[in-house]
Design a protein around this ligand. Structure first.
Ligand code: ADP
Ligand code: MG
Length: 704
């Protein structure tokens, strides 16, 4: 039963969905699960997909390997399986009627759950590439869209919206509710952009875009409507990031730490090599930030092995030269200790005092370190997240360096800022992140990029191998070890279950197999997360000094670890790693002046897995790989907005919409430059939207 006020009652944006024609209390409850409470919510519930009934092909038009879309009816479903769990689902789809009917077959391998999604008589759109098998066209793993019975009002529509649903709710009621709101309430919405802004940025006005995003007349109109909302979403976000950046500059006061000529000369005397142009440029930008009276907020980006550490050390020593403390935070203890060693070497002749602060220290030891930090008896603290703990108080913190923390988002950085009295901060990352993601995750930071590599770097050759090539590979490894080089063997698991695949992926089994087999004659070290701190530190030190020749490890060495003499990398269970992770691992062997060799043993398994491994072999460009990784994994994974504490995006996708991200960012910066407080009346709505969505998470202050 649907009840409520007369259906002719005028709608407003705040009308509860329950009172929409055809909704009523029961459906309203279902809509509430989708967070749809009012007419306005429905208007901005964007379709997650569309069913495009334009340009459909007929069976007669099929050609091998051409991407096509057909509409038909499910007439037969069969499933074959065998005892190993391998299965095949076949769905026969009828195209056309009666004597003119043709049939195509759709196949899915090892996806038994597909079975449940088909029923006889369903209307579907099948899209994919067909192959001829005998006389019949076959599609393997096509994309399928299920058509619902259409509303009489819809029969002329060629592109239909597909909304995210909840159990018990079909497409039709949502389509109807949205339609009602478009007719009755959309006219009451105000445009957020000033009219000349719309024109200048080629944006469809809201009044046109809203009906078009739900019920587009054609593909072109849909694209333009989508562009408008994607732009709006990204623009508001970039506006918030730009305002935050400005606010950090205006609000915070920080010590002015100038790298005077004297300080500069003193630091450079300590450096063991001449800096690359990229390093020089980064240092220049950092020094310019640190001499200003407000906190530096800078991201230092650079490929693995580009030499970011030394740039950070320059900043650290500048702070120390001014009598300030500096903190360096690394994602792993192994990396923290490595930084401590690097710093120790640089400072062997100086009076700078430094300490390491990691988890798992004894109570007394930790208390003593905290005391020294608080009393200002140490100048540099190198550590892990342990530095963030509440009881860590610095006497006069001037600089915080955060290394390799791509998951260290806006929120966590805010925490660090509260840790001291507005220190300068430098965030470093080698994790290649697509530019559009960087501009979002680190959009409130200034960016320095090191594009060149230290001189004399040799290329790395990468191979994808199977078990038959093992003997040959280990023979090659033995040869390199005899020449004096070192290498890593990486396995994803510590210990496997009783499964042959797990065995190969287990660091323990791998170690045993190598030590009693192909690498018997060599000195092997073992490193994994279940060892104690002392054991890990010892294993790493033995490898760094060359005492062990091969380090068999889990991904604890994934980021940052720097042993230039190690140039051979063997990766076991390669199918279990993501593309960016593989690239990071390979980054361990690009650090010296000998060519590197990386071999991945893998069981590709899925087509995506194979694509990933082939991409890894084909490219050593981290940014290219990162974009591919994002494309393969889909949006929202790993570096999704959630990770850095921002609300999820509703319509934009950072990788697909990368060009719009760039555009929105440039436009947002220009607008904030022109009207920093967004106080002009024509910016009123933009400001309100920005505060509503990001005011709290980005600590933008009071709703102005
Ligand atoms: P990343 O940018 O990945 O953190 P590191 O700072 O660990 O790279 O540097 C990688 C290696 O290159 C280290 O062994 C470092 O000593 C060396 N290195 C850095 N800069 C230079 C340079 N300008 N000339 C020669 N070697 C350098
Ligand atoms: Mg590093």
């Amino acid at each position: 039963m649907t009840t409520g006020p007369s259906t002719s009652a005028p709608l407003s944006l705040t009308t509860p969905v329950q009172f929409l024609k055809g909704v009523g209390p029961q459906r309203a409850e279902l809509l509430a699960k989708l967070d749809l409470h009012t007419a306005a919510d429905c208007l901005f519930y964007f379709p997650r997909d569309y069913q495009d009934l334009t340009d459909l092909q007929s069976v007669a038009e099929l050609e091998p390997d051409k991407l096509v879309r057909l509409r038909g009816t499910v007439v037969e479903i069969d499933q074959r399986g065998n005892y190993t769990g391998k299965s095949r689902i076949g769905v026969l789809v009828q195209y056309g009627e009666g004597a003119a009917a043709d049939y195509i077959r759709c196949l899915w391998f090892n996806m038994p759950h597909m079975r449940k999604r088909f029923e006889h008589g369903q209307q579907v759109i099948v899209s994919g590439k067909a192959k001829k098998n005998g006389t019949r066209w076959e599609f393997s793993h096509p994309r399928v869209q299920w058509l619902e019975e259409q509303e009489p009002a819809d029969v002329d529509r060629k592109i239909l919206p597909v909304y995210g649903l909840t159990e018990g709710l079909g497409q039709l009621p949502i389509r109807r509710a949205v339609q009602t709101c478009l007719e009755g309430a959309a006219g009451q919405l105000d445009e957020v952009f000033p009219p000349d802004f719309l024109a200048a940025h080629n944006l469809m006005p809201l009044r046109e875009a809203l009906p078009a995003i739900h019920f587009p007349a054609d593909r072109d109109q849909l694209e333009r409507a989508r562009r408008r909302f994607v732009y709006q979403e990204l623009f508001i976000l970039q506006l918030a990031l730009a305002v935050r950046r400005l606010k950090l500059q205006v609000d915070g006061s920080a010590p002015q730490l100038e790298a005077t000529a004297k300080i500069d000369a003193r630091i450079r005397r300590l450096l063991p090599f001449a800096l690359t142009d990229g390093q020089e440029q980064a240092i220049k930008e950092i020094a310019a930030d640190m001499e200003r009276p407000y906190p530096m907020n800078r991201l230092l980006q650079g490929e693995v092995g580009s030499g970011k550490t030394i740039v950070a050390m320059y900043a650290v020593l500048t702070a120390v030269a001014h009598g300030r403390q500096a903190a360096i935070m690394a994602p792993t203890e192994i990396l923290a200790r490595q930084h401590a060693r690097t710093l120790g070497k640089l400072l062997s002749e100086s009076r700078v005092r430094w300490t390491t602060l990691v988890g798992g220290l004894g109570t007394a030891e930790r208390r003593e370190i905290l005391r020294q930090i608080k009393q200002g008896e140490v100048d540099v603290v190198i550590g892990t997240h342990a530095i963030l703990q509440e009881d860590v108080e610095f006497a006069k913190l001037g600089l915080v360096v955060v290394d390799e923390q791509h998951k260290f988002g806006v929120r966590q950085r805010a925490k660090l800022r509260q840790a001291g009295q507005a220190p300068h901060s430098l965030v470093m990352t080698a994790t290649p992140i697509p530019r559009s993601v960087t501009m979002t995750m680190f959009g409130d930071l200034d960016v320095s990029t090191i594009r060149d590599a230290p001189p004399g770097r040799m290329p790395v050759k990468t191979y994808l191998a199977d078990d038959e090539q093992r003997d040959k590979w280990w023979a090659f490894v033995r040869k390199k070890l005899r020449e004096g080089r070192q290498g890593y063997v990486i396995a994803p698991l510590v210990e496997g279950k009783d499964d042959p695949d797990d065995d190969r992926a287990s660091v323990m089994r791998t170690f045993e197999a190598l030590a009693n087999g192909p690498l018997e004659a060599f000195r092997l070290g073992l490193l994994h997360g279940r060892m104690t701190n002392e054991e890990k530190e010892a294993a790493m030190a033995e490898f760094a000094t060359g005492k062990t020749q091969i380090l068999v490890a889990t991904t604890v060495v994934e980021v940052g670890v720097d042993v230039p003499n190690a140039v051979i990398m063997t990766i076991e269970g390669g199918e279990r790693f993501g593309l960016s992770q593989l690239h990071q691992l390979r980054g361990r062997i690009v650090r010296g002046n000998h060519p590197g060799f990386c071999t991945v043993f893998a069981k590709p398994g899925t087509p995506d897995g194979l694509k990933r491994l082939e991409a890894f072999v084909a490219s050593t460009d981290g940014f290219e790989l990162a974009e591919m990784d994002f494309a393969l994994r889909g949006p929202g994974d790993l570096l999704g907005t959630k990770q850095h504490g921002l609300p999820p995006l509703r319509i934009a996708e950072l990788v697909r919409d990368a060009a719009v991200v760039e555009e929105a960012r440039a436009d947002a910066l220009a607008l904030v430059g022109q009207d920093p407080g967004l106080v002009k009346p024509e910016h009123d709505r933009l400001r309100k939207q920005m505060f509503k969505r990001y005011g709290q998470v980005l600590e933008l202050g009071d709703v102005g």
